[in-house]
Design a protein around this ligand. Structure first.
Ligand SMILES: CC(C)(COP(=O)(O)OP(=O)(O)OC[C@H]1O[C@@H](n2cnc3c(N)ncnc32)[C@H](O)[C@@H]1OP(=O)(O)O)[C@@H](O)C(=O)NCCC(=O)NCCS
Length: 172
């Protein structure tokens, strides 16, 4: 149980150092921001922002505890969720589930998009189980090579607006 209620707001520049503390290892950084170089620095986060949309933080009692954005965005068509990450001290408390829910609602209600996608590496079990729980469905599989030379699978997952609305009705 979290001691306080989760909230969310747009990323502020002052939040960026906290966000840089979310990846614990070079592998986690690769999972959430494949083009970044370990360790994650505020300059790398800032440099990516012009290509990102709706950078959003989850907060708990004023502390920044999660981050996500849209890595790609096509008006009226689709968007993909990117940079999803949670403070390592507060994982398994529902922060990512909350933040993905916020971004899904932003995509489907605020932007009126018909679908949301995201990419996830096959060895990232926590994230894959998170997305499975939220109802995202794998739709494609590509091969990549990690910076340390391993072949890895990159899954594309998808949620469509009608399915999301149906799940919301069932949960109500
Ligand atoms: C993946 C990540 C965002 C999950 O954040 P989180 O706040 O701990 O996730 P939640 O607490 O919301 O978990 C929701 C569900 O996801 C699944 N899940 C999350 N982490 C898990 C883990 N370590 N092991 C197994 N299942 C896990 C579970 O089904 C969980 O529900 P439960 O706790 O009721 O069993 C976090 O581990 C992280 O920041 N990882 C590094 C960056 C990363 O990989 N980002 C994703 C890029 S695609």
């Amino acid at each position: 149980m979290l001691p306080e209620r989760l909230t969310h707001r747009p990323l502020a520049d002052a939040d960026i150092p906290a966000v840089c503390g979310f990846p614990r290892t070079p592998e986690e950084l690769y999972f959430l921001f494949p083009r970044a170089v370990w360790p994650l620095t505020p300059d790398q986060v800032r440099a990516a922002l012009p290509q990102r949309r709706d950078p959003t933080v989850a907060t708990l009692g004023g502390r920044v505890v999660g981050y996500g954005n849209f890595a790609t965005f096509e008006e009226g068509r689709t968007a993909s969720l990117g940079n999803l990450s949670v403070d390592p001290d507060l994982r398994r408390h529902g922060i990512a589930a909350y933040l993905v829910g916020v971004m899904i609602e932003r995509a489907f209600v605020h932007h009126d998009l018909p679908e949301l996608t995201l990419y996830c590496f096959n060895t990232n079990t926590p994230a894959l189980l998170l997305y499975a729980k939220l109802g995202l469905v794998p739709m494609a599989l590509e091969t990549r090579v990690t910076p340390w030379g391993d072949s890895i699978g990159l899954l594309k997952l998808r949620m469509d607006r009608d399915t999301w609305r149906g799940r919301a009705v069932l949960a109500a």
